[in-house]
Structure formats: structure tokens, C-alpha cells
Design a protein around this ligand. Structure first.
Ligand SMILES: *[C@@H]1O[C@H](CO)[C@@H](O)[C@H](O)[C@H]1NC(C)=O
Ligand SMILES: *[C@@H]1O[C@H](CO)[C@@H](O)[C@H](O)[C@H]1NC(C)=O
Ligand SMILES: *[C@@H]1O[C@H](CO)[C@@H](O)[C@H](O)[C@H]1NC(C)=O
Length: 598
């Protein structure tokens, strides 16, 4: 529940000097004032229709220098007061009566009297709320006493107001004309049973109906209980241009990472026909799963990120929005599988450095896949894929689901990964002390996978810390929404009021790290000698097959002889780099042969 001390100015305080009778407050005569009917509520915002004293037939009205009716100005301040009252629900009693009183306070009933001397223009005078009414308001809601001072007799006279009409020929009571104060209680009692509190939400917060199934919180509306006000979407944590920065970063980095991850898949998974090592499988599957994550970004930005996150004003996407459900599942599969294979890779690395054979690789394959599929199915059947507020993708926002199905397994994997990395570091240290050249060369070969695991584990560690830091502070963020509402109630705007969320820089880095993996994998693996070998072999094979085609069809020609020179260069280079690159014709059989080795 939101606790708010209202700071809205309910009325302007005027001090009238002079001597008035006991129980009466002073009044100032405005000869341009008129008694006129209530201008009425605007269609979209109910205010004081049916809530005014005497049905609002005569309201004290003036016109200011720019031809704006005082009633219109009053409506603005009534709306402001209603907004504040909306957030006082649950803290104050009888707010409906307060609304009636606020209407009468701002749209004063009007009394007309005719001058006893020329000019005979009718005099219009406002009727004030009685002090007893004011006291009832404050006793119902002590917080109001911060803004309403019932001792001001100009606003809240005990009996009425006195106007000096000496100049209009009045002589009774020393020329002081008396206007009785009003008490809306009677009228209120008649109609209050059929009426509900009017809720109003300060812009840009929107008013919905939480008891209407169409606008239920399950549909993606974030209510500010006990009100029916919903937060804007995306969450007003950061200014618009900062959100835009995150979007732009995600868009460009995801595209780059996607392309680079695809390059890795092509290199290690498709072109690499000869060496299905454990590493290569890990790299391929890590790249494929992370590419899936970037693919969700590409889909989102193709669809339009704002429409994706917020399909309707104030509503954030939920699983039933097809694009959210689909990208959520893809994101979860991608990020979980990637995490699994990062762990697998560090275990494989550790085992090969230690020269131990702990597990069958096949078991990792089955375990990783089964875990990923099961957790995805659980989340989808529980309908947990939502965009939430303050995020840029559809994923799990339910604390216990995401902790038990992602962060804890991922944390365990991360722990195993870090343990293995330290095992590897220890091994490097031991070996470098011995200065055995062959062994150290062997270790140097492990540096790339080592740095890959290290940077991935480091990034995951950051994501881990960020997530739990946000979870730890989430109640604080929720409480701070009250400050945001206060800021809006005090006349703040979208540009000046923000909810409290995670620090922008760490938020930005969080999303940056998720999207940098593709670049990371490319930098470490896509540029490695193994990758270069795969490509040069492929090109070699291609040239060779073209060559053999050409030679069988046309026979030897000048072009052919030129190609064969290049070819022979390639052959030399490849034979230096790799031992089994020359036998491309029987690549399939060597493929089959090499698999069981791993
Ligand atoms: C004020 O508004 C009324 C009608 O709303 C119009 O007749 C009148 O000319 C306006 N006066 C000025 C000074 O704009
Ligand atoms: C009422 O106004 C008249 C004229 O302005 C003034 O002479 C008189 O003292 C005023 N009466 C009171 C009670 O202030
Ligand atoms: C909210 O929805 C419920 C259920 O549809 C309805 O009974 C109620 O009148 C609505 N409230 C408002 C203020 O529209």
C-alpha cells in the first residue's frame, strides 16, 4: 500500500483584515462576480456533477483577465485534490464526503442580492463551508490538517461571512451583509449510498479498473494499490532518452552478436567436418544458444520495441501476447542452454588439463538439453513469460520461478565453472614452475578456452550479482513509488519525476553483458587458428572441387594452371597447420572415425 502525505494546495488563502461579528468571517466583494450554473464535468473526467450543494444551480463565478471562467480553474484544482484523495484511500475515512466538500469548497454556492441604491447591478456573493464541516474532514483524515486549516474564518466561518455593502445602501448591522455558511451533510446523506469515490490519477499514471477482468493485473497492468491507478509502460525508472539508449545498444549489439554467433556456428558446426572435438561442440552449441537470444532481440526490434513491451497504454506484455510468449521461450532456452554449455566447457577444460576422464560427454549433452527443455515447459505452462516493468525482454519475472529454475541452477553451474577455472590456474602454475616446454605449450593452447570461460563466467557473475541486488532492493523500489506519486501530485511531469529503479549504469551494463557474448565468443574462438584452418580447408576444398569439375569438363586451360599454383600454396599452408587436411575426399569417413574419440 502506498502511503502519501498530500501536499496539494486545496485552496488559496486570503487574509481579510477588519472587524467582524463573532462567528462570522470576512468576505471581499467582487462586483464582476456572477452566480451561474455549474459548467459541468468534462466527458472523460467525472468531478462534481451531482455532488454540489443545491445541485450546483448557482455557483459563484468570476472571469479573469484572459477570459477564463473561475469554474474552469476550480475544476483543475478539484482534480488535483481528487488525485491526492485517491492515494489517501485506506488511510482516511469517509473520503466520499471529503470529495463532496472539496466540490463545495472550490465551487462555492452563490447568493444574490439587489443593491438598495443605484447602480442596481445584482451583487453575487459566495457561501463558504462551515467550520464544523472542515473539522469533520480533518477528523476523518488527520493528514488533511497539514493542508487545511479550519481556523481560517474567511474560508471556514462558524456561522457565515460578512460583506461590507455600505456603498450599496445597506445600513442594517452597520452595513455588513451576512451570508450563511453551508453544510453539505444533508445532501450528501441523501445520495451517498448510490455513489462511489471518484478516483483520479496524476498524469502520466492511468486510471483502470482492477476488478474488471479486462484490466486485471494478470493482463500486464501494474496497479498502485489501493488505487486503480496503473503505472505507465515502460516503467518510468529512467528518462525517455536513457531508455532509448538501452534500446539502441540492444538493437545494434544484438545484431552484431547475432551475425558473429552465426559465423561461429557456420565455422565450428557446419564447415568443420573433420574435427568434432568436445570444444568445437561446446562452441557451436554455446554460439547457437546465444544466437537464439539475439534472435529474440531482432524479432522485438523488427516488431517495434515499444509495441512489444507495451502493447497498450499502461499494459506490459504477457505470455498471451504471442510475440512475448515466443520470444520469452526462445530467450529462456538460449540463455539456459548457453549457461549449461559454458559450465560444460569449463569442466571439459579442467578434465583435459588434469588429464582425467570424469564423464561421458554424451551425458552432458542429454543433461543440458533435458534441463533446458523441462524448465522452459514448466515456465510456459505456468504462464510466467512476461515483459514486466523496467525490463527490455519477455522472461520470467516471478521471483521464485526464476530463482529456482534459472539463477540457482545457473549459479551452481557458475560455481562449478569457477572451481574448474581455479583448478586450471593451479595447473598452469604448477606446470610453469617445472618449465617443461611441451607441457607449457599445451597450456598455452588452453588459454583461449580459458579466457572464454573466464569472461563468460565473469559476465554471468555480474548478471547474477545484479539480479540478486535488484531482488534485495525490490521492496525499497516499490516503496519509492510513493515518492514518484508525490512528485506527480506536486505538479511534476514525466520529465521531472521518476520511480526509483536500479542504478542506470549498472542496468545498462547488465543488458550490455548479455549482448556482448556473441562478440566475445567470436573474438576468442572465431578468430582462433582452428577457425582459420577450417575456413582455409573449406576454401581449399571448394577450389579443388571446382578445379576437378573444370578439368573433367574442359580439360587443362590457362585458368586451370593458374588455379593449380594457388592450390599448391594452399596445400602447403594447410599441411603445416593441420595434420589431416589433405584428405578431403574421405572427410565423411574420417568424420565418423573422429567422433568416438571424443
Ligand atoms: C470572452 O468570451 C465570451 C464568450 O465565451 C466572448 O463573447 C467574449 O467576446 C470574450 N471576451 C474577450 C475579451 O475575449
Ligand atoms: C464599510 O465600508 C465603508 C466604505 O468603504 C467604510 O466607511 C466602513 O467603515 C466599512 N465598515 C466596516 C465595518 O468596516
Ligand atoms: C469496475 O469493474 C467492475 C466489474 O466489471 C464493475 O462492477 C465496476 O462498476 C467497475 N468500476 C468502475 C469505476 O467502472
Amino acid at each position: 500500500m502506498i502511503k502519501i502525505i498530500i501536499l496539494i494546495i486545496f485552496f488559496k488563502i486570503l487574509v481579510v483584515k477588519g472587524e467582524f461579528s463573532d462567528g462570522y468571517g470576512g468576505g471581499i466583494l467582487d462586483s464582476s462576480a456572477e452566480c451561474s450554473g455549474y459548467v459541468g464535468d468534462s466527458i472523460e473526467q467525472p468531478l462534481c456533477n451531482n455532488r454540489l450543494y443545491n445541485g450546483g444551480k448557482k455557483i459563484y463565478s468570476t472571469i479573469d483577465s484572459s477570459n477564463i471562467s473561475s469554474q474552469e480553474i476550480s475544476k483543475v484544482s478539484i482534480l488535483k485534490s481528487f488525485e491526492a484523495l485517491t492515494f489517501l484511500q485506506g488511510q482516511c475515512d469517509d473520503l466520499l464526503f471529503t470529495q463532496f466538500s472539496i466540490c463545495d469548497l472550490n465551487l462555492s454556492p452563490c447568493i444574490e442580492t439587489t443593491p438598495l441604491e443605484t447602480p442596481l447591478k445584482i451583487i453575487s456573493l459566495p457561501q463558504r463551508l462551515c467550520k464544523s464541516v472542515c473539522e469533520r474532514l480533518v477528523s476523518n483524515c488527520p493528514r488533511l490538517s497539514l493542508k487545511i486549516d479550519c481556523s481560517i474564518s474567511f474560508m471556514f466561518p462558524k456561522l457565515g461571512s460578512e460583506y461590507n455593502l455600505t456603498n450599496y445602501g445597506y445600513t442594517d448591522n452597520g452595513g455588513m451583509y451576512r451570508v450563511p455558511c453551508i453544510d453539505p451533510t444533508e445532501g450528501y446523506n441523501k445520495v451517498s449510498n448510490d455513489m462511489e469515490l471518484i478516483e483520479a490519477c496524476p498524469y502520466p499514471i492511468l486510471l483502470k479498473n482492477s476488478s474488471d477482468p479486462k484490466y486485471s493485473p494478470d493482463k500486464g497492468y501494474t496497479y498502485l494499490p489501493p488505487t486503480n491507478c496503473v503505472l505507465t509502460c515502460p516503467m518510468p525508472n529512467y528518462p525517455k532518452q536513457q531508455w532509448q539508449q538501452v534500446f539502441n545498444m540492444a538493437k545494434s549489439l544484438s545484431s552484431i552478436s547475432f551475425v558473429l554467433a552465426c559465423y561461429n556456428i557456420v565455422t565450428f558446426g557446419i564447415l568443420n567436418k573433420k574435427k568434432y572435438t568436445k570444444y568445437n561442440i561446446c562452441i557451436t552449441l554455446m554460439s547457437a544458444s546465444i544466437a537464439l537470444v539475439y534472435l529474440t532481440d531482432i524479432i522485438k526490434f523488427g516488431y517495434g520495441i515499444e509495441e512489444f513491451l507495451c502493447p497498450e497504454p499502461g499494459r506490459s506484455s504477457v505470455q498471451d501476447d504471442a510475440v512475448c510468449g515466443i520470444t520469452g521461450a526462445m530467450f529462456h532456452i538460449g540463455i539456459t542452454y548457453c549457461c549449461c554449455w559454458a559450465m560444460t566447457m569449463s569442466v571439459v577444460l579442467f578434465c583435459s588439463v588434469k588429464r582425467i576422464k570424469l564423464f561421458y560427454f554424451r551425458h552432458f549433452m542429454i543433461g543440458n538439453t533435458v534441463f533446458t527443455i523441462i524448465s522452459t515447459v514448466i515456465l510456459l505452462s505456468a504462464k510466467k513469460m512476461v515483459a514486466g516493468t523496467g525490463y527490455i525482454e519477455c522472461w520470467v519475472r516471478d521471483r521464485w520461478f526464476v530463482v529456482s529454475l534459472f539463477w540457482i541452477p545457473c549459479g551452481i553451474g557458475l560455481g562449478i565453472g569457477i572451481f574448474c577455472i581455479f583448478g586450471v590456474i593451479h595447473e598452469i602454475y604448477n606446470i610453469s614452475k617445472k618449465v617443461n616446454i611441451r607441457e607449457s605449450q599445451f597450456i598455452i593452447r588452453q588459454i583461449k578456452p580459458f579466457s572464454l570461460v573466464f569472461s563468460v563466467a565473469g559476465s554471468f557473475l555480474y548478471l547474477f550479482i545484479f539480479f540478486f541486488d535488484v531482488e534485495r532492493k525490490i521492496d525499497g523500489y516499490k516503496e519509492a513509488v510513493a515518492d514518484y506519486v508525490m512528485c506527480l501530485l506536486n505538479g511534476g511531469t514525466e520529465e521531472t519525476c521518476f520511480t526509483t529503479g536500479p542504478n542506470y549504469a549498472s542496468f545498462f551494463i547488465f543488458y550490455f553483458f548479455i549482448r556482448i557474448f556473441g562478440v566475445l565468443f567470436f573474438a576468442i574462438y572465431g578468430t582462433s587458428r582452428i577457425a582459420r584452418d577450417i575456413w582455409s580447408e573449406t576454401i581449399f576444398d571448394e577450389v579443388r572441387s571446382r578445379l576437378s569439375q573444370t578439368s573433367t569438363e574442359i580439360g587443362l586451360s590457362r585458368n586451370n594452371s593458374r588455379n593449380s599454383i594457388k592450390l599448391s600454396k594452399n596445400t602447403n599452408k594447410n599441411s603445416n597447420n593441420s595434420n589431416n587436411s589433405n584428405n578431403s575426399n574421405n572427410s565423411n569417413s574420417s568424420d565418423k572415425n573422429s567422433k568416438p574419440e571424443n
